[in-house]
Design a binder for this molecule. Structure first.
Ligand code: ADP
Ligand code: ASP
Ligand code: MG
Length: 425
């Protein structure tokens, strides 16, 4: 008997009808002879609504109580789903992250899983139940407080459980038919990818393709768990994310030169103006940011003006960390020494990802030409071996994604990509 882990995102369980639809799917998997563990997200936009509510009582909600609040969303859906399954004549038990043995560090709001001890899940399965686990949450090892894993964290719960239970596959059910060459909400001609390597998927995820969370892909790669991303609204095959390419017919699916175009409008840019151009300055700035537990993305230092000996340093970070970063830098201004700070949250990032760019010259040129033809100005550039990213004005992002997608021949010539649900929030 196989063991499968299935994860259903918020859009798949947005209302009572959705929960009943998903329950039927889960029962099918069980009837096919599998042991089934289900990880479920909060219904629809519940998490966003809880955040809005928290902000009405406290301007910058964070920490222990905020986590306590947010985990309530997943508790609602897990219990309703277990009830819907029972209604179909099958036994199911729901578990919070803590009950399921998801042990984390104690960094509230973005905790990391450090261990999974799924004893109760195993017992529930052995007794013939379908086990339903609340995604996105755990319990801290030292303080035993409830933690959350960061937005989109149910994906990570699913892969972590799949690894701990030695599952054959982790199925991620969402509101599109798989991983596409671009976000189907932005590019109607985006093409579904049949197979993508962990490496390319990691870059897409960390560049903003929220169909899979970066940490979840990292986890899957470490434990070599194949992920199948597919729609809970259709019966179609989705996208396989794995180390080994899949077979289709009697042929292996080839690695694409370019896997896709990702975009991200969740970041802001901070420019530290008038920094003395001497050793130790950048270190002081970024130590300040690190001490505030903020993760950076891109960093760019301008050439200093010979007349002043001063330079500017810009970096990007999640908008949600903007206030904290500005406060930390201002507090340390006397020690660091700079003139002023500029904060810009109207930026967007477009990234082209593909392992093939290592060996195909001209990719960067084609990328920049496409942006230039569309009149899109580039503000920052960063690259890795298999990715090129640029920062532009946020307003330019949708058009920029479309022109780059077309320039690399990624447009599909068959049907438009379908988005089955969700609000895109
Ligand atoms: P869920 O609620 O199931 O977790 P998410 O909203 O987190 O769903 O992720 C699914 C969404 O990811 C899609 O609706 C789509 O808009 C977005 N997305 C972004 N980039 C991609 C991509 N390359 N392929 C597929 N979907 C993408
Ligand atoms: N409900 C959480 C969120 O909206 C976790 C998840 O859906 O993965 O971020
Ligand atoms: Mg998600």
């Amino acid at each position: 008997m196989g063991l499968v882990v299935q994860k259903y995102g918020g859009s798949s369980v947005a209302d009572a009808e959705g929960i009943k639809r998903v329950a039927k799917r889960i029962v099918e998997a069980k009837k096919n002879g599998n042991q089934v563990v289900v990880v479920v997200s909060a219904m629809g936009d519940t998490t966003d609504e809880l955040i809005d509510l928290a902000e009405q009582v406290s301007p910058m909600p964070s920490g222990r109580e905020f986590d306590m609040l947010l985990t309530a969303g997943e508790r609602i859906s897990m219990a309703l789903l277990a009830m819907a399954i029972k209604n179909l004549g099958h036994s199911a038990q729901s578990f919070t992250g803590s009950q399921a043995g998801v042990i984390t560090d104690s960094v509230h709001n973005k905790a990391r899983i450090i261990d999974v001890t799924p004893g109760r899940i195993r017992t529930a399965l052995d007794e013939g139940n379908i086990a339903i686990v609340a995604g996105f949450q755990g319990v801290s090892q030292d303080k035993k407080d409830i933690t959350t894993l960061g937005r989109g964290g149910s994906d990570t719960t699913a892969v972590a459980l799949a690894a701990a239970l030695d599952a054959e596959v982790c199925e991620i059910y969402t509101d599109v038919d798989g991983v596409f060459t671009a976000d189907p909400r932005v590019v109607k001609k985006a093409r579904k990818i049949d197979w993508i390597s962990f490496e390319d998927m990691l870059e897409l995820a960390s560049s903003g393709s929220k169909v899979l969370l970066h940490r979840c892909v990292e986890y899957a790669r470490r434990y070599n768990i194949p992920i199948h991303v597919r729609s809970s609204f259709s019966g179609l095959q989705g996208t396989w994310v794995s180390s080994e390419s899949i077979e289709q017919g009697d042929q292996k699916v080839e690695q694409a030169i370019i896997s896709g175009v990702a975009h991200d409008t969740s970041e802001a840019k901070i420019t530290v103006v008038g920094v003395p151009d001497k050793p130790g300055e950048a270190a002081a700035i970024f130590r300040t940011i690190a001490n505030a537990e903020i993760n950076l993305d891109m960093v760019v230092q301008n050439v200093s003006a010979a007349s002043t000996g001063l330079t500017d340093i810009s970096f990007t970070l999640p908008k949600t960390e903007g206030r904290k970063a500005i406060d930390a830098l201002e507090r340390n201004r006397p020690g660091i020494g700079f003139d002023s700070l500029r904060y810009d949250d109207q930026i967007g990032k477009i990234s082209l990802v593909g392992a093939g760019m290592k060996t195909n010259p001209g990719v960067t040129a084609t990328f920049f030409e496409a942006l230039s033809d569309a009149g899109v100005n580039i503000e920052l550039i960063s690259t890795s071996e298999i990715r090129i990213s640029v920062v532009t004005r946020a307003d330019d992002v949708p058009e920029a994604v479309r022109v780059v997608h077309t320039a690399f021949g990624l447009d599909s010539d068959s049907a438009e990509a379908v988005v089955y649900g969700g609000t895109g929030r």
